[in-house]
Design a protein around this ligand. Sequence first.
Ligand SMILES: CC(C)(COP(=O)(O)OP(=O)(O)OC[C@H]1O[C@@H](n2cnc3c(N)ncnc32)[C@H](O)[C@@H]1OP(=O)(O)O)[C@@H](O)C(=O)NCCC(=O)NCCS
Length: 227
Amino acid sequence: MGIAGGGVGTAGEISIRPATARDAEAVGYLLADAAGPLAAPIWGGGSIERTRERYAGMFACWGGSDHHFVACEDERVVGVIAHMADRTDPWQSLRASLATMRVYGLFGLLALSWRMRHMVSAEPAFVRNSYSVWNLAVEEAQRRRGIGSELLAHAHAGAREAGALTVGLEVLIGNTAAIRFYEHAGYKERRRRESAGLREMTGAAGLIYMARAVRDDDQTAARVSSR
Ligand SMILES: CC(C)(COP(=O)(O)OP(=O)(O)OC[C@H]1O[C@@H](n2cnc3c(N)ncnc32)[C@H](O)[C@@H]1OP(=O)(O)O)[C@@H](O)C(=O)NCCC(=O)NCCS
């Protein structure tokens, strides 16, 4: 158990490593799961298959990313997580926007921004100095085996290394499984925002911001590298 140097961690037969562009197809599939009911209406024109393809396309253009990590079993990707200290980093935002424009085109990007307006309006403000976790998903057939917990522990190790005091994330109102999972990991609801527009477009009522203190009691303690 634990995260070894170079950003690789293991838990039994599960290893965690930085994601690369070669993981795009598997990651695209998992990111659609992580986005839940928001995925198809916002990113896929109503089609979950198109959503997965577009996520995969964006991820491939992005060249992976410096803050996405995958959990692998026998080299097969079974889970993903993103975590970083500053989600508003302008360089990351620019790379993400360029990848999005390549997949959707300029007018597609404008249309996507329009469809995302309700999601943005439901986003609770980020807590200052909080380390961010997002895009967490485990392949459906592999859930309840502790893989999500290992991925989260990887993020907590990153938070400790960054010297953060708290870790925060957003979860959709109604995503009971994920809320229970985060509560199990010590997260508590800090605030929530509802959006009638988001509900109308996706069925999701809004977003909950959950956070927990960065502590030393995680099983994963060694250094995390994004390279
Ligand atoms: C949330 C998610 C990542 C959890 O991954 P996982 O690998 O199944 O989680 P773990 O096996 O580490 O679960 C740890 C604990 O969390 C709690 N938990 C996990 N899933 C749960 C569920 N469906 N219902 C209730 N509690 C749950 C349990 O206490 C569990 O311990 P136990 O299995 O010993 O009872 C996974 O369900 C998933 O991918 N969901 C779809 C994508 C998603 O919603 N992502 C979150 C976006 S914010």
